[in-house]
Design a protein around this ligand. Structure first.
Ligand code: FAD
Length: 291
């Protein structure tokens, strides 16, 4: 079943994210992690894409394993920065050939100092291209705290509305650690007329050092309550993992209780983290584990 159809059922969904190895590194260890994540039978697994076409092969290989090897719905990320229309057409044809029907359409980021080239300026242009060329269920990214390059949140929401209007079926959020940020974003999006399902992106923080960098790159803020957890346990990997999974679970329970239906967990190729979250939600997302 396509992701748009799953979301239309109105029941909570749980999905996980994996990423391909850097170009030149072997695929097999990641494939093994992906199979273990897929064995948890989530609603779907998304596979990230290296910007500028870097690592595209890894994305297709992992998405193929998810979809055809493990029989779990795959969502392939696709970035357009630096790509030509021909590059995108070739990527879409490759996905189609492998039976992958769900695409997360992204702009991506250029490496620092690189000039923009290619046929696409914004993710919205990629959405139009995918809509015009192929029969895909199309997702796109959104940013509850605003995208880091956009000085005004209201402009960011206006750009998001334009992107959705090009033919987006659902949105997935950037990670956030304070649910009130998400609720306020959902309210503002609704007020703008954005009416597609919004899946909440949750990151279980299992490494205290990683989080400062991730927040600096994404613009996500850490609430004091969570900052104290990182300060206390950040140097103790086992304790940080336990606390990070507990915090993410608590966030998810609150989201579900407040009517958010799509939960996407940035599990970073860690099957044990995906398993812990999945088990914590076994009665809250009843379909979870049975897809
Ligand atoms: P866009 O929607 O194009 O927005 C980018 C910026 O342009 C925003 O500031 C927006 O406000 C502005 N903008 C949009 N339209 C206009 C307009 N008409 N006029 C003026 N300004 C405009 N990156 C990867 O490389 N690979 C991945 O797999 C990947 N997966 C991701 C998954 C999720 C769920 C998220 C949230 C992000 C992901 N990213 C990934 C990161 C993403 O590529 C970056 O955040 C990138 O900077 C923006 O991508 P976008 O698709 O949101 O861009």
């Amino acid at each position: 079943m396509r992701i748009c159809e799953k979301l239309k059922r109105g029941i909570p969904t749980l999905s996980f994210e994996v990423f391909p190895p850097k170009p030149g590194l072997p695929l097999e260890p990641t494939l093994d992690a992906v199979r273990r994540v897929a064995a948890l039978r989530p609603d779907f697994i998304s596979v990230t894409y290296g910007a500028g076409g870097n690592g595209a092969k890894g994305t297709v290989a992992l998405a193929r394993e998810v979809q055809n090897g493990s029989g779990v719905t795959a969502l392939a990320h696709l970035t357009c920065v630096g790509s030509t229309k021909e590059d995108v057409a070739a990527q879409l044809a490759e996905l189609k050939k492998n039976g992958i029907e769900n695409v997360l359409a992204l702009r991506g980021d250029l490496p620092a100092g690189e000039e923009r080239t290619g046929d696409f300026r914004y993710a919205a242009d990629l959405v139009s291209e995918i809509r015009a060329t192929g029969d895909f269920c199309i997702g796109a990214a959104c940013y509850p705290e605003g995208h880091i390059e956009c000085p005004h949140r209201e402009d960011d929401i206006a750009h998001l509305k334009m992107k959705v209007d090009r033919g987006v079926d659902f949105l997935t959020t950037q990670m956030f650690f304070d649910n009130s940020v998400m609720y306020s974003f959902l309210y503002r999006a609704m007020a703008r007329g954005i009416d597609v399902p919004v899946i909440a992106g949750i990151m279980p923080v299992t490494n205290g050092r990683m989080i400062a960098r991730a927040c600096a790159l994404s613009g996500a803020t850490l609430p004091n309550r969570f900052r104290r957890i990182v300060d206390r346990y950040g140097e103790d990997p086992d304790a940080m993992k336990q606390a990070g999974i507990a915090y993410a679970t608590e966030q998810i329970v609150d989201l579900l209780a407040n009517g958010v239906r799509g939960i996407h967990v940035y599990t970073m190729n860690k099957p044990d983290v995906a398993q812990a979250i999945s088990e914590n939600l076994s009665y809250l997302i009843p379909g979870n584990g049975k897809n």
